[in-house]
Design a protein around this ligand. Structure first.
Ligand SMILES: Cc1ncc(COP(=O)(O)O)c(C=O)c1O
Length: 409
């Protein structure tokens, strides 16, 4: 593999050549990333040329239908799952509400679901609501100082009533990467299903969901260089057990069973641009066009992680050296994603506002991780400053951030 080609990477994002964004360094990627050119191009083409009811017997409709199918098959292959194990919904939150409804119909009073206090509310609240149906809810809690989720504590919560464990691949405020494969492998061996929120992890490289052993894996395309969609992998063995949540006559179509609303055709089709982008990054760095889709995605994952970790180290070092703030999550880049939350005497939103004149686009608040902040002793109203970046971020932008933080903190 060659050196990370940052210029080549950034050339795929129109935002970087957009005059209105010159001088602006983007550090709210965990809220939603820039969209890559292949996604924007496909979305535009769809609206101009294919915006008809898909899968009817006329040419424009056939093209629309094929492009939607292409998005599903190519991304599924990159994720290491079967094409019909991947479906698209309006958002991850919407997807978890539908899944919770399905589990509510499947499970019996007395069954137990384990949730965490590290999750974004999307993978927490919908499950907790099942308590109203007599389903037991147990909370796997973080260490209140470090935010770490200790697997020993999860094992201690398991018993014969536990049917499902819902937890994040990594939290959107703590940033620590949880050992998903270890957890899900052990759960599967015990006959317990897993639902992993990968929204904060997937932008840093698509996972091999098969290797992770997760029964459900969720992430959001709009944070992963794509359009505003929620992607949901549900493995066959579980999907066939869960009651259909779509129209009755669609019950036999696996990828229609958990997306009751009519899909956003254009955005689903545009998700194929995410696969184009990963393939383009692979071609930019590796001379191996015969590699499988999963291999290409894994190589791109590793390239992204290496570049991000190299940029994260100086930021963590600078922040760790200060005694006026609390840095959430591990100080070792290898154990976390570059989503860095800081607690300071000033509220998170105030700090983000103060950074804006320095050309820093950052966010402040609780980021729907109120339970996590409360567990860590942080008032969600006070909130954190969150600095999140991805593989397209440059060393110059990190320098701009460090200089701005020096002025503001
Ligand atoms: C970790 C995490 N999970 C879930 C979600 C919810 O995703 P969506 O906006 O697609 O519902 C978010 C959104 O911020 C998130 O950061």
């Amino acid at each position: 593999m060659t050196r990370f080609n940052l210029d080549g990477v950034r050339a795929h994002f129109p935002a970087f050549s957009e005059p209105a964004l010159q001088g602006q360094a983007f550090f709210e990627n965990a809220g939603g990333s820039y969209a890559c050119a292949p996604v924007i191009d496909r979305l535009t083409r769809f609206y101009r040329q294919r915006k008809v009811q898909p899968c009817a017997p006329y040419a424009a409709s056939q093209l629309a239908c094929a492009e939607m199918a292409e998005a599903r098959s190519r991304l599924a292959a990159m994720l290491g799952v079967e094409t019909d194990e991947l479906s698209f919904g309006p958002s991850t939150t919407n997807n978890t509400y539908v899944l919770a409804q399905a589990f509510g119909e499947l499970l019996e009073p007395g069954d137990t679901i384990i949730v965490t206090d590290q999750d974004h509310e999307a993978n927490s609240g919908p499950w907790r609501r099942l308590a109203a149906r007599g389903i037991g809810i147990r909370e796997w809690q973080m260490d209140p100082v470090t935010g770490h989720l200790d697997t020993e504590q999860l094992w201690a919560l398991l018993d014969d009533t536990v049917r499902l464990v819902c937890f994040p691949h990594c939290s959107n405020v703590v940033g620590e990467i949880n050992p998903v494969a270890d957890i899900c492998t052990r759960l599967r061996a015990a006959g317990i299903w897993s639902c992993v929120d990968g929204v904060s992890a997937a932008p840093h490289g698509l996972p091999d969901v098969d290797a992770l052993c997760a029964d459900i894996y969720l992430f959001s395309a709009y944070k992963t260089y794509g359009p505003h969609q929620g992607l949901m992998v549900i493995r066959h063995a579980l999907a066939s057990r869960l009651p259909n949540q779509g129209h009755a006559f669609n019950a036999a179509v696996p990828w229609k069973r958990f997306t009751p609303a009519g899909p956003d055709h254009a955005q689903v089709a545009a998700c194929a641009g995410m696969a184009d982008y990963i393939d383009a990054l692979h071609a930019l760095h590796v001379d191996d066009s015969a590699a499988s889709a999963k291999t290409r995605a894994q190589r791109v994952h590793d390239l992204m992680r290496d570049h991000e970790s190299a940029l994260l180290q100086p930021l963590l070092d600078a922040l760790r050296g200060r005694d006026d703030l609390r840095l959430l999550g591990p100080a070792d880049p290898a154990r976390r994603v570059p989503t860095v939350a800081l607690v300071h005497a000033r509220p998170g939103l105030d700090l983000a506002t103060a950074l804006a004149p320095f050309g820093i686009m950052a966010g402040g608040g609780s980021f729907y991780a109120d339970r996590a902040l409360q567990r860590l002793g942080i008032d969600p109203q006070h909130g954190v400053l969150r600095l999140s970046f991805v593989h397209y971020t440059s060393p110059t932008e990190i320098d701009q951030l460090l200089a701005a933080l020096d002025q503001v903190l």
